[in-house]
Design a protein around this ligand. Structure first.
Ligand SMILES: NC(=O)c1ccc[n+]([C@@H]2O[C@H](COP(=O)([O-])OP(=O)(O)OC[C@H]3O[C@@H](n4cnc5c(N)ncnc54)[C@H](O)[C@@H]3O)[C@@H](O)[C@H]2O)c1
Ligand SMILES: [Fe+2]
Length: 436
């Protein structure tokens, strides 16, 4: 264990332990066909299956349905999940869940589907007014008082890691920004992580979700170290995300190594089974890592970008609505953030850069931010990402609105290794406008 994890005495009142939660996971090609057996093993007889319209008629959902049918499990299908869910779409899903009278849940889809399924399960099993469980200070941040029903999560994208997390993210219309619900109780019971699903992924989805995965690990590695965070709730009430810890470090570095080698290959060639499989595994590792450590600035800032985007459309995502894919919003802030946070832990930023494949030979502590930012810019260009927030239509005139949009993200922003105020946030957005 690195010395930084043993110095808990440094901050009075800090936590001396960390807790890592995750589902029982199965990884491998074809494992979606194990969903029926898993449901039966959990004692389920009738499940509510969540997916989105784009996937509902496709082969991945069919494989899960066939497996459930073979295990003689009744299925009620909900395919109206909204891509990038909202409070309204989660509540619609919860109404369905209440009426479905299922004794368990199966989700087949990306982060949008898995998060919707978590929320539907929560509100159907532990009913409450919607804002009750939403993160404070936006919502009441109340603890979930008891268990929810079993959930088998089957991810079909390679990025969010939501199959491993106790987190459900959505856009709250009243503030036009993303927030979430976090509870260990939301962690899926079983995750079936089948890299076969990546064959049908459009390149843009592989790119955005791949950068989401990369950023989860970078944020896990550079988050405030858990012994230096004042986690007031300890023991059984310890928060899901507690700051960087040795377990999240190990998984994050392994995932960064994969992202550095395989992300661009996976985007460029749908037939590159090795690259797509490695990214699917990396996404799962990153999910376990950031769930325990928490995210920080790149995600916090991205939520303002997602909320304020106007007239932006990306192939592979639903048409007819302006939408910046989550991973794209996250990576566009990345280089700007690392240039600032590196001063807090230069050696950690350099380890990340090295894991991603940068040449760190001879790099001094003062170079860490630039070396990491430079490697990410290389990957962004190779994977066809836009050149910063300016490419999405943002400019200097939007910095105030962006900073205001990021303010509700205090929960994640305070997990950054450096303290940032409103002016610092504006500078971070300014630094993210253009990279090349
Ligand atoms: N809960 C968490 O821990 C967590 C972590 C990160 C992100 N998120 C959230 O997840 C959401 C984003 O999820 P996402 O990036 O996985 O994408 P998504 O679920 O929004 O799906 C994106 C698009 O890809 C399509 N798609 C999904 N799988 C496919 C496949 N195998 N083949 C073809 N098309 C496919 C979908 O139909 C959709 O059009 C955001 O709301 C984000 O905030 C949650
Ligand atoms: Fe994310």
């Amino acid at each position: 264990m690195g010395c930084c994890h043993a110095d808990f005495a440094l901050t009075e009142g800090s936590d001396r332990g960390f807790t890592v939660g995750m589902p029982t996971f199965t990884f491998g090609p074809g494992v979606l066909a194990e969903s029926g057996a898993n449901a039966a093993e959990l004692g389920l007889r009738r499940v509510a299956l969540f997916t989105d319209r784009g996937l509902a008629g496709g082969e991945h959902v069919a494989k899960v349905k066939d497996s459930l049918a073979a295990a003689k499990i009744d299925v009620a299908v909900y395919d109206e999940v909204s891509i990038e869910p909202t409070d309204a779409s989660l509540q619609a899903a919860a109404s369905f869940a209440r009426e479905a009278r299922a004794d368990g849940y199966v989700s087949v889809g990306g982060g949008s589907v898995m998060d919707t399924c978590k929320a539907a399960n929560l509100y159907a099993t532990q009913p409450a007014e919607f804002m009750t469980y939403v993160n404070a200070p936006i919502g009441a941040g109340r603890r979930v008082p008891g268990p929810v029903k079993p959930h088998i999560a089957c991810p079909t994208t390679s990025g969010t890691g939501s199959e491993t997390t106790g987190i459900a993210i959505f856009t709250l219309a009243s503030i036009n920004a993303k927030t979430g619900i976090i509870s260990r109780r939301l962690t899926p019971t079983v995750a079936l992580v089948d890299p076969d699903v990546t064959r049908t992924l459009p390149a843009n989805v592989v790119a955005s979700t791949g950068f989401d995965c990369m950023s989860h690990s970078l944020e896990a590695m550079t988050a405030r170290l858990y012994p230096r965070r004042l986690n007031r709730a300890q023991g059984i009430e310890r928060p899901v995300s507690q700051g960087a810890n040795p377990f999240s470090d190990a998984l994050a570095l392994q995932a960064l190594d994969a992202a550095g080698r395989f992300l661009v290959r996976a985007v460029r060639d749908a037939g590159d089974i090795e690259a797509r499989t490695e990214m699917m595994y990396a996404a799962m590792l990153s999910g376990i890592a950031f769930n325990a450590s928490g995210c920080h600035l790149p995600h916090g800032l991205s939520y303002a970008v997602s909320g304020l985007i106007r007239d932006w459309h990306v192939d592979g995502y639903p048409a007819g609505r302006s939408l910046v894919p989550h991973g794209m919003a996250v990576v566009l802030n990345n280089p700007s953030v690392w240039r600032v946070t590196a001063s807090a832990h230069p050696e950690r930023h350099l380890r990340c850069a090295q894991a991603l494949g940068a040449d760190t030979h001879g790099a001094a502590a003062g170079d860490a931010g630039e070396v990491l930012a430079g490697r990410i810019v290389q990957l962004m260009r190779a994977a066809g990402m836009p050149n910063g927030l300016a490419a999405l239509g943002f400019g200097d005139a939007d910095l105030d609105a962006l900073a205001t949009g990021a303010e509700p993200q205090y929960r994640v922003i305070k997990n950054a290794p450096v303290d940032v105020d409103r002016d610092a946030i504006k500078r971070l957005f300014h630094g993210a406008l253009r990279y090349w």
